[in-house]
Design a protein around this ligand. Sequence first.
Ligand code: AR6
Length: 169
Amino acid sequence: MNIELIKGDITKIQTDAIVNAANSSLLGGGGVDGAIHRAGGKQILDECIEIRNRQGKCKTGEAVATTGGNLPAKYVIHTVGPVWNGNEGKESKLLANCYKSALKLAESLEVKTIAFPNISTGVYRFPKELAGKIAVEEVKNFKSAIVEKVIFVCFDNENEEIYRKLLEE
Ligand code: AR6
């Protein structure tokens, strides 16, 4: 699998799928979630509401998919990262599950290219260095005959620096 690093706004990325760092309500919020719903338009929210009506809230570490609405990406894969409370073992596993669930769902949608934001490293306060390690490890461990390219989209300088180092290793 090809791994790339980009600094910028994930709503501008042209891939088959972009991943959203959502919350369990699936009804939108701030940060990257807010940016995706703003840029993608009402269709994404309508589909999220449908999913909620069908299966209830999205649990931490799980993922659901909607279309991309007005975004350049075809799909948005919404996953719910853990809130960092200092329980490293438990929260690391949940964050790893986000990447696993999103990649599995991407495969089932026959996604070839997928872009990830730095899940949980904003409002949810997950330590960026540890989150980066988990993200890179999960992507590298995911062997797929369908997904060809994963792009890590870093919004802030700190994450960009962390990912640059991790991907050089
Ligand atoms: N493109 C790419 N990355 C972005 C963008 C963007 N447009 N905007 C922010 N980031 P956060 P979380 C980065 O807080 O920590 C929401 O309210 C940001 O710099 O968006 O998982 C949800 O509804 C950071 O590195 O998500 C939840 O309630 C990363 O995205 C809660 O926040 C994640 O920051 C989820 O918190």
